[in-house]
Design a protein around this ligand. Structure first.
Ligand code: HEC
Length: 152
């Protein structure tokens, strides 16, 4: 009888051990995924304060264009270097008026709708354009609040 108790306790300890073992393995996996995500979002602003446009991007653009600016094939175009991002005026206009109809971005055709973001302030628009123009492989000069105000 005593032996039976002994084996039940051993079994219990074993089951408990393997459960908590699994749990910590999962935790490790989650932790190792996070730093990658963070560095993707951070873009070129890896050191110091994040760029003010990053918060605007995360709130208003990320759902469609994704945290790393890669977009969604056939649906949302990528924000990697292309003629739209290179052209300041085009990009300001795109923020203020939105964009619809067929466009080709880096060889892929998109025919969808991007909503206007004219509800954002001149500063927020300047910040988010500047952030995109220095992230996701882009290395272009910032856009000022005054440039957005003049176009509005
Ligand atoms: C509801 C989804 C959606 C949101 C939100 C959105 N976009 Fe877009 N964006 C699109 C789509 C769709 C297109 C392509 C439109 C077309 O097919 O004519 C596009 C096109 C663009 C383009 C031109 C093409 C390219 O990929 O370079 C830029 C730049 C851009 N968006 C930046 C932004 C920025 C910056 C924000 C946030 C302020 C934003 N978008 C928010 C869906 C979205």
């Amino acid at each position: 009888m005593r032996q039976f108790y002994f084996y039940s306790i051993m079994l219990f300890v074993f089951v408990l051990g393997s459960c908590s073992g699994k749990k910590s393995a999962n935790n490790n996996q989650e932790q190792s995924e996070n730093p990658k995500e963070l560095s993707d979002v951070t873009g070129t602003q890896a050191l110091g304060e994040p760029h003010p446009g990053k918060a605007v991007y995360q709130k208003y653009c990320l759902t469609c264009h994704q945290s790393d600016g890669s977009g969604v094939p056939g649906m949302f175009p990528p924000l990697s270097p292309n003629e739209w991002i290179a052209d300041k005026d085009k990009m300001i206009e795109l923020m203020l008026n939105g964009q619809s109809g067929e466009i080709t971005v880096n060889g892929e055709v998109y025919n969808s709708l991007m909503p206007a973001h004219d509800f954002l302030s001149d500063e927020q628009i300047a910040d988010v354009i500047s952030y995109v123009r220095m992230s996701f492989g882009n290395d272009l000069e910032a856009v000022s609040q005054e440039e957005v105000a003049a176009a509005r």
